[in-house]
Design a protein around this ligand. Sequence first.
Ligand SMILES: Nc1ncnc2c1ncn2[C@@H]1O[C@H](COP(=O)(O)OP(=O)(O)O)[C@@H](O)[C@H]1O
Ligand SMILES: [Mg+2]
Length: 607
Amino acid sequence: MLDSKLIEKESVFIIGKVFSVEGRTVKINVNKNKNHSHIIYDGHTIKNISVGSYVKILKGFTTIIGKIEGEYIEEERYYNREYNKEETKIKRFLQASLFGHYEGGLFKQGIKEMPLLDNECYILDKNEFNDLHKFAKTNETTIKVGNLTEEPSQEIKISISKLFASHIGIFGNTGSGKSNTLARIYTALFEESSKFAHFQQRSKFVIIDFNGEYAGPMVLTEEKEVYKLSTIDGRGDKYPITEMYIEDIDILSVLLEATEKTQKPFLNRAMNSGFLTDVASYRRSLENSIRTIFKKGEKNIGISVIKDLFRDLDNLTETPLDDLRRGIDENLIQHTQNGDFRWQQDGTVEYENEESVDLYAEHFSSSVNNMDFKSDILSQIQLKIVLNYYHEIAHGYSNQEHIKPLIGRMYKKFASLAKVIEITDDKPNKNIFVVSLKTVNLEMKKVVPLIICKQLYDDKKKESEKSSLNIIIDEAHNILSEISQRESETWKDYRLETFEEIIKEGRKFGTFLTIASQRPFDISPTIISQLHNYFIHRLININDINAIGKTVAYLDKLSFDSIPILSVGSCFIAGLATDLPIKVDIDLLPYKQRPDSETINLETHWT
Ligand SMILES: Nc1ncnc2c1ncn2[C@@H]1O[C@H](COP(=O)(O)OP(=O)(O)O)[C@@H](O)[C@H]1O
Ligand SMILES: [Mg+2]
């Protein structure tokens, strides 16, 4: 540039001088001829400096960059009415917060030197502004996420390695654009992925989709596998889970909502009981329990328990037990008439001699010896639990009151589980898969994602090759919320342990979490604070805003204060992928690629 041109440019772009420096905050006294909304240079109009825009401060050879956070005026104290126009009476000040500098022509976060008083302050020109918003090196693959809200001609591109090799949080009220943002970044990634030869073999993406928003054929990518789970009928897809995970005591405890003190240890004993190994041992144990229970004849541990036992077994045997159950009563009546048994006041039965018991038990023994049990893994697990329960009751190792509720809820839980998972060593066929939980009941909505994520993460840890796993959870408060009272402690602990481990250690194993939620306040601060990249849409609730404010160090005060007034689709991006927090209008995906989360329009519904 010619010198004269340079001088001309500088005189146009200069806006004032540093008036004071206090910590990170710099006050700028604005030149009196720069109080217009736009300035004209070289045939272009350029937006003049205002709150939210950037300022460049020159200190010798150092260039320092700040963001304007406030603006105010003061009246000139020594003002001569005779010689001045009325408008020059006012002094305009800008308050800027420093956040970066240029080094070797490249923008760097952070400050090395503070400005001095009277250093000159400039508006950024187009190129400088561009540079500031270029977050990737030229050889890096990027995705375009949207355009800068305040300067829509500025495209925002983010390096895929900086974004997707990190834990990502997407927050905002319902309808603020989270799902679109989530889909936008991953759709763009999957579009770019075709240029990577080993993408399919070396990456895995699981989308935990609570509302069934990502199951559409065009959403995210056409190259995905969709598991539409359903507990309504048995016709939904079933997600493949390895046997080991269902037999895991922690997972079983979560599934069965086992209490920490009595039920969890009981499950542990049941699953590790040495005497329940095959069908013969099941039969033996059963017969032994029946005899022992009967001989005890204690209050509450007598005939009624034997009846319970056969009712429980009804769910788990191949052979129908109707006849047998009827026989219990018939035999009982017969033995009573014979005088072998005598009914007590408290409802228990007293027997005449050991032989009469044996005689009565014989009836069961023959049935038990022909009994066939269901052989699928889920039934076998239940069988072990039931048989162990009656074994312990019979021998007085456990208290009925403590364990019975667990047995009571077990069948329903296992029945739900059997509708949505399949026990197999198979794995999903594609590297991108969506697990839709839209028609899954509340209990399974909590347990199933946990099992899936745990299994994927454990598998990943065992893999030695270079590969990545991205676990993507929309509406993440469904499983990551901390404050819900209804949940058992076991569930909370185990789930937090699992996800907090992924957050803390996942990086080492190439595992990354993306969570979207409308209630950041509900999510454990350990998780929120360790995310690397944040997309923050409009949030209204003060608790939610504070949850972000407390943990997201990347966000400046001005941005933070404007979270409640963001418009739909507009969000702050802050974190490792962008050098500075920016406000971006995220691209709205084309209709067919949009997550199926359209805000309901009642008028069109009703007409
Ligand atoms: N970036 C965007 N630009 C314009 N409109 C958007 C954008 N993102 C979302 N919307 C609109 O807002 C609605 C809700 O978006 P959605 O992503 O489902 O929000 P959330 O997941 O936060 O509830 C969508 O139906 C869409 O029409
Ligand atoms: Mg959503």
